[in-house]
Structure formats: C-alpha cells, structure tokens
Write a protein that binds this ligand. Structure first.
Ligand SMILES: Nc1ncnc2c1ncn2[C@@H]1O[C@H](COP(=O)(O)OP(=O)(O)OP(=O)(O)O)[C@@H](O)[C@H]1O
Length: 230
C-alpha cells in the first residue's frame, strides 16, 4: 500500500495540501478527483517524491518513503507527469532503454510494443517528432517497462483525440488487470470512475469525500465540486 497520512505540502509559504490522508492499496485503481487547483497534481508530486511534504508521513508497503529518484523507482513507484515526460531528443527505443535500466532490453521493447503497436513502427523516430498521442503512449509504455507496483498518472488523456483516449484507457485497464495499482488524476471523470475501485475527492487541499465510485455517483458532493454531468 502507498499511504499518505496527514500530509501537508505546498510551495514556498503557500500551503496547498492540508492534513491529507490517502491510500492506494496494491493492485487497486484509485481515482483522485477535484476541481481546478484542488491539489491533485501536488498530491501526485508528493506521492512520487518530487515534492517533499512539510508535515505528515508517507509509507510504501509499510516502509518509510524512499529518498531519491532511483530508490523511488526501486520501491515500485512510477510517475507519469502532466505534459508527458519523454525525452524528445532521444528515439523511442532510447527512451525505453533509459527506463528499462538493468532489465532485459529486448523484453522491455517487446512489452512496450505489445501494449502500443504503433510504437513498434517508430522505434528509430525521435520522440519529440511524434504526435501528441504517440508521445503519450511512449510515456505510458515507459511506465510499463519498469514493472512498477504503483503508477501515478496525471491527466494522461489531456488534449488527445477520442480514439487515442480509448487506447489509453484500454492500456490502463490492462495495467490494472495485471495487478499494477493506479492513482489516476483524470479529466474524463466518468471514464476514471468506470475503472476505479476507490475515489478520493479533493477540495482546497483536503479530502472532501472518500469511498467507492457508486457512493460518489449518488452523492450531492459530486455535483457540488465537479459540476453536474462532469
Ligand atoms: N510550482 C508551484 N508554485 C506555486 N504554487 C503552485 C505551484 N504548483 C501549483 N501551485 C498552486 O497549488 C494549488 C494546487 O495546484 P495543483 O496543480 O496541485 O491542483 P490541481 O488539482 O492539479 O489543479 P488542475 O486540475 O487545475 O490541474 C494551486 O493553487 C496552484 O496555483
């Protein structure tokens, strides 16, 4: 379980997360919802070690949160940030190699291209010259080849064509069915709820609701914070 307890975090003197407690059990899909500015991205940054909290504690499988990017990766945590996170001047193959560190490279490429066949046709292409959808597929494939236990996804469907969004959600289902836990920040709320086991709804850096998707559907809080029909 990836567990945040009473976490406080912010930027400079500004507190964004206030006593936030949230957990992602192994193998489960958790949707993190909330209006603009609620603190969703900040939560992912804290949960992936990019931002140090000023209070509270974070544990991974009962152990203290690791220090440093390599240790975070070894603990099985992978963050797919907003805005993709691929190396634009490296080829698709090189991007996958960087991520596969120490693992069998052939296996990593096979795994990535099985998930996204389009990447298989573009292994020698510079990542920065691919379409937005293809770059996002690469960012997701990178998360896959490192065989993580927890993948934190920040608006991975942002700005993409509906068909590509379908492909991405199919991939997320695949990850989930293979037992990878997901913490999902997603603008397509209904789609996120379809694959989620649990939902946390943030407002002003606090948890306004936690429960199962079915409970949220019938909750007035949903309409209040997300807008009816979100
Ligand atoms: N680097 C930063 N420096 C200062 N303030 C920041 C920084 N990043 C985010 N914030 C502020 O923290 C608050 C929460 O931002 P965050 O990006 O976590 O929200 P969010 O829920 O992901 O919003 P959105 O849905 O709009 O992406 C906002 O008020 C934002 O302006």
């Amino acid at each position: 379980m990836l567990e945040l307890t009473d976490v406080r975090a912010g930027y400079g003197g500004v507190t964004v997360l206030r006593d936030l407690s949230l957990w992602v059990p192994r193998g489960s899909v958790v949707a993190l919802l909330g209006p603009n500015g609620a603190g969703k991205t900040t939560t992912l940054r804290v949960a992936s070690g990019l931002l140090r909290p000023s209070g509270g504690r974070i544990t991974v499988d009962g152990r203290p949160f690791p220090r440093g990017a390599d240790a975070v990766s070894r603990a099985g945590i992978c963050h797919v940030p907003e805005g993709r996170g691929v190396f634009p001047s490296l080829t698709v193959r090189e991007n996958l190699l960087v991520q596969a560190r120490g693992r069998n490279v052939g296996d990593a490429i096979e795994k990535a291209t099985a998930a996204f066949p389009r990447l298989g046709q573009r292994l020698s292409q510079l990542a920065g010259t691919m379409s937005g959808g293809e770059q996002q597929m690469l960012a997701l494939a990178k998360s896959y080849v490192s065989s993580p236990a927890y993948v934190l996804l920040d608006e991975v469907s942002m700005g993409l064509a509906p068909k590509v969004v379908d492909e991405i959600f199919e991939f997320l289902r695949r990850l989930a069915s293979e037992g990878v836990a997901l913490l999902l920040v997603e603008q397509y709320v209904t789609r996120a709820l379809e694959i989620a086991d649990y939902v946390f709804l943030l407002n002003h850096g606090r948890v306004a609701f936690r429960g199962e998707p079915g409970e949220l559907d019938s909750s007035a809080i949903f309409a209040e914070y997300m807008g009816v029909g979100a």
